[in-house]
Design a protein around this ligand. Sequence first.
Ligand SMILES: Nc1ncnc2c1ncn2[C@@H]1O[C@H](COP(=O)(O)OP(=O)(O)OP(=O)(O)O)[C@@H](O)[C@H]1O
Ligand SMILES: [Mg+2]
Length: 415
Amino acid sequence: MDRLKQAYGNWVEGDRFWDREKDVELLIEKIHDGAHILLTAQRRMGKTSLMREAKRRLEGRYICLFVDLQKASSAEDAIVALSLALKPHEGQWRKIKGMFANALGGAAERIEELNLGELGIKLRAGLVSGNWSEKGDMLFSTMAGSDPPVVLMMDEAPVMVNRILKGEDYRITPQRKSETDAFMSWLRKNSLEHQGQVRIVLSGSIGFEPILRQAGLSATINNFLPFDLGPWDEPTATGCLRALANQYGINFRDNAETEMVRMLGCCIPHHVQMFFTHVCDRCKRRGRMDISPDEVGEVYENQMLGVRGHTELTHYEDRLKLVLGPEILTFAIEMLTEAAVTGRLTSASLVAIQKGYEFTEISVREATEEILRVLEHDGYLKAQAEGYIFESRLLQDWWKKRYSSLYLPALQREI
Ligand SMILES: Nc1ncnc2c1ncn2[C@@H]1O[C@H](COP(=O)(O)OP(=O)(O)OP(=O)(O)O)[C@@H](O)[C@H]1O
Ligand SMILES: [Mg+2]
């Protein structure tokens, strides 16, 4: 019988990585083919884990570089992060040191004693007067000359590009737009020039397309192959719960695991894991390791929708704010609340909600289109014939719990 160790929110690989066999195989196949890939999915679907697992399996056949750009806010930061990723690879690192010889100066001899933070500062000092793209080109040439070839995984690239585009005050200025353009054009140029030698995988917890669209740069990644990661199907999710239960000595009575999957509706791996953790903790606390479908329902109501759930929701809201900015965020929150409370955001309710808004930079119609694009792309809502509904029941329940208390549905207000 399968066993699986719990994950605690961070990415997983190896013996904590469940299933996704076909996804890993397909991703690896496309990497072998030399494709550049844009890995997209809703939040918490396991994008980072999929990259990490592919990296683990590709080790030896490729130099797999995994770079997290979450904290990066400029092209220079990205070049430093990519350079540092080559540090464990002696031949390539030697070239990088050569590239930054001026900046390293006297530190070059004791460079191996510096920690990554100190090294980062030194390399950053070598990127002066807009020479980042030139150094970046050299970096790509170094990667392209590698044997074995390089797979460059850039996680949270959209978060970084979003920051270049909007700064900390969420304003798209001509200056920021041109910096974004410069970075994306540089990436595109190198991805085309070194196709077949360097493979790039881009991903992130917010979608890339809506951000590039805001910058008017959608075409810059049209040479990247979209790779969409979906939720687990029912057998995979129940299999995961059984394997976890097996590892921790939990006994599901009367198919309680099937009930858990039914309650979640959309099986986003992180939500499946969270649900199990709550069930497991409850069993351990009371010293009885079996659990019934009714008790699972209580765990959903009390724990999944409790304080931990609230924390998760805050993450979602933070990400939404990053993409939309504070001005139209309130409008987006109201649209989501309408969908959560009434079960559906219809065109009639949308018209009623729109009446309460006016924006300085864009029209209400443009804002509506932009929000819906982001909400659909990032997996909050899906379009149906009679309007938009939540993709995930859990997310809908979280949202309802947080925002419904003072909310009057849009169509009731007009009466
Ligand atoms: N293949 C998997 N097997 C088991 N658990 C998984 C798997 N993929 C994801 N998870 C669960 O989901 C959580 C989040 O995974 P991960 O960080 O890879 O998702 P993500 O899509 O990168 O999230 P974000 O949108 O925040 O970047 C993990 O901590 C784990 O609980
Ligand atoms: Mg991630």
